[in-house]
Unconditional design. Structure first.
Lengths: 296, 317
């Protein structure tokens, strides 16, 4: 009798989490707009050989600094290279750096943060002091220092930027783990004899991942700007690779002759970062822990 | 309060140690022989040996670090490989230009943010609020070096109002100094303004929900008095703290902006040193800026604790 009353009550109390979550996703304008922008740019990057006939590194001095036309949609640079081709091939570089940087920071940061937060005590203090020392540098300056010390390449740029942002991931993960480890379900897991590793991986980790994922989208946007900045300063991806930052750096000398080599790479960076920022802001709102519930 | 300050200073010791280790490692990340990389293969074996000895690279790595950090504590940041001048004196020579640029940029950023953030926060949900939010997001997304190039295009090439490069000492010619300062300061300040505007808007919205504001409205005070005399004053403390914490963004931004506008500060010096492979200079500048950053953050922490008793009383636990 009691069981049927309880099951009826449970049946009356219907949690439509998944369908409400889907509604929140499609209802969040920032996430949708940001998602569309990023999707289009990723599609461009993947379909680059289809979208343009031009080799982004091939020079043609007969048409240098040309204005936009049907032949060259965004004009050409000082070496006669097609700017549209360089922009969409450059998107590959930007997204590769963004994804690699986030992976480096994310994977390293959540491992460090989870261990520090779970163990606590002396090791927590030591690990977080090391993280603080990386946070003590202005991020871009540290990335410049690291990138300048190593052989210029895509890998160097990814490592330099990724390392800079490990502490941010570590701190967010550590904060979440500190809160979760005091909860009753963790105590219950310990009481039934589960090991610390199992508690951390199976119980605590899934509850802590949401804020880190939101941070990942923010860092993705920052990584795009950071790569462009490093390349602009000459310590990023070496020419003739079509990095948007390198394109902007090279365009400075020819501003009085043509604005297009400076205009389009800057627009590309701004749109990519704006899309990523909108995506991150929208995701933060969607992953807000106050999940809707609905009572019939 | 004294205990809070001492705690914060003691906490800095391991941080400074690890910072020095990170900066020390720059020289050792260089592929191959760092001396060959710095001097090039045209240099003589004697020159290379002399530099190796000067930088301590002929010794064991632990001895190298101890020797290097020992010199740092005495204020010896080594000598530039290019100019042969002490690194610290070169940094101090270039520092005033960077300080001038940073202060001007911060003032511009704060003025833009206070103005836009207050209007947006006090008219939440309105078209103006939406516009300010979009603009703030755009400011955050536009790279500073592109903004600088656009400003040079418009205000130095198309409409030649401001010079695109150059620096004049503030005390030599005040008006000309400001004339050269406007474009780089605006470029750097605008980059920060987006984040500070969003912060200001959030604080204004939060303050408007407080009881003292309801009382002010009930007393019949005008909108201008409520917003600018009561709400804004309370919103300023976290906004100023947040602005102080944006120093990292500012210091990173000066590297790029100084390079675009040929502004002779330490940001431009670090880029020139990298291209000249002057690694003692690069190490010196990065360490110097990191220490300044740490000290400013310490000052901001202490100021915030002084203004907010919850912070310093919480630290006793």
């Amino acid at each position: 009798m009691e069981n049927s009353t309880l099951s009826q009550a449970w049946g009356d109390y219907e949690i439509k989490t998944s369908s409400l979550m889907w509604k929140r996703i499609v209802g969040n304008k920032m996430f949708v707009v940001g998602g569309i922008v990023v999707f289009i740019l990723v599609l461009w990057a993947i379909l680059a050989p289809v979208l343009t006939q031009y080799d982004p590194t091939k020079m043609d001095f007969s048409s240098k600094l040309a204005s936009p036309s049907w032949k060259h949609l965004m004009g050409t640079d000082h070496f006669g290279r097609d700017i549209f081709a360089r922009i969409i091939y450059g998107a590959r570089i930007s997204f590769q750096v963004g994804i690699a940087t986030v992976l480096i920071g994310f994977v390293s940061g959540i491992i460090i943060g989870a261990i520090a937060g779970f163990i606590g005590g002396f090791w927590d203090g030591l690990i977080m002091r090391i993280m603080d020392s990386l946070l003590a540098f202005p991020p871009l300056l540290l990335a410049i220092g690291l990138a300048a010390s190593m052989k210029p390449s895509l890998t160097t740029v990814c490592i330099s930027i990724g390392v800079v942002y490990i502490p941010r991931f570590a701190y967010v993960m550590r904060g979440s783990v500190l809160v979760e480890r005091e909860k009753e379900y963790v105590e219950a897991a310990r009481a039934i004899g589960q090991s610390n590793t199992k508690i951390l991986l199976k119980h605590i980790w899934p509850s802590c991942i949401s804020p880190v994922i939101v941070l990942a989208t923010v860092i993705f946007a920052i990584a795009i700007i950071a790569e462009a900045t490093l390349s602009f300063l000459g310590v990023g991806i070496p020419p003739p690779a079509p990095s948007w930052g390198t394109m902007l750096s090279e365009s400075r000398r020819y501003l009085s002759s043509s604005i297009y080599p400076a205009l389009f790479p800057g627009l590309a960076i701004s749109i990519a970062v704006l899309g990523s920022n909108l995506l991150g802001d929208g995701l933060r709102d969607i992953l807000d822990p106050r999940i809707y519930t609905k009572i019939k | 309060m004294l205990r809070y300050i001492l705690n914060r200073m003691v906490y800095l010791i391991p941080v400074l140690f690890f910072v020095s280790v990170v900066v020390f490692s720059f020289m050792h990340l260089i592929p191959g022989d760092p001396v060959d990389y710095m001097l090039g293969f045209e240099s003589t074996p004697e020159t290379r040996a002399a530099l190796r000895s000067e930088l301590g690279l002929d010794k064991n790595i632990v001895i190298q670090y101890l020797s290097w950090s020992g010199k740092l504590l005495k204020g010896d940041f080594s000598k530039s490989v290019v100019s042969r001048k002490p690194v610290l004196s070169t940094i101090l020579e270039k520092l005033p230009a960077s300080i001038l640029l940073s202060i001007a940029a911060t003032l511009i950023s704060v003025w833009i943010a206070l103005f836009a953030g207050t209007i947006a926060g006090s008219r939440r949900g309105s078209p103006i609020d939406f516009l300010v939010l979009i603009l703030a997001l755009l400011w955050v997304s536009i790279p500073s070096f592109w903004l600088g190039i656009l400003l040079i295009m418009i205000f130095s090439l198309v409409f030649p109002i401001f010079p695109s490069i150059g620096y004049v000492n503030l005390f030599t010619d005040f008006v000309r100094s400001l004339h050269h300062l406007i474009l780089p300061a605006f470029t750097l300040g605008a980059t920060m303004a987006g984040a500070v505007t969003r912060m200001t808007r959030s604080e204004i919205i939060e303050q408007l929900s407080k009881d003292f504001v309801t009382t002010a409205w009930a007393k019949g005070l005008s909108r201008r008095v409520v917003i600018y005399k009561h709400v804004l004053k309370n919103a300023l403390v976290p906004v100023v703290t947040f602005t102080g914490l944006q120093l990292g963004t500012l210091l990173g931004g000066t590297v790029v902006v100084e390079e675009i506008f040929a502004w002779p500060g330490i940001g431009r010096l670090v880029v020139q040193s990298i291209h000249a492979r002057d690694y003692p200079m690069v190490q010196g500048i990065v360490l110097f800026i990191a220490v300044i950053f740490i000290l400013v953050n310490l000052f901001v922490d202490i100021s915030y604790a002084f203004l907010n008793p919850q912070i310093r009383l919480g630290s006793k636990d």
